[in-house]
Ligand binder design. Structure first.
Ligand code: ZN
Length: 101
């Protein structure tokens, strides 16, 4: 999974979450925008880039506890709704990863 592809998936998940939970249309609320920017920055700063191991195995736990909790909620909510957008196997893996982190 490349960084670019991962970004697309994260954006989609946050969009689904924001629309469903915060009742926004066509654009993200401030809170979700902040979360999205934060996630993108983490990815940009990831020293492993395209050779990134799964975040669970990564020696660098780069999300702050607060942001990690937020992204966890987003994935929990949007994960099951993402099957139309992303390979199912990857998604399962990602959800497991978040659950156990
Ligand atoms: Zn929102």
């Amino acid at each position: 999974m490349s960084i670019e592809k991962e970004k697309k998936v994260i954006r989609k998940m946050i969009e689904i979450y924001c629309k469903g939970k915060h009742k926004t249309y066509h654009q993200l609320c401030e809170e979700c925008k902040t979360l999205l920017n934060y996630s993108f920055t983490r990815l940009d700063l990831c020293p492993f880039k395209d050779n990134k191991p799964s975040c669970k195995k990564c020696p660098i736990h780069c999300y702050s506890p607060e942001m990690r909790e937020k992204i966890r909620l987003v994935m929990k909510y949007s994960g099951p709704r993402m099957i139309f957008y992303t390979p199912l196997e990857w998604l399962k893996h990602k959800i497991e990863e978040i659950k156990h982190s």
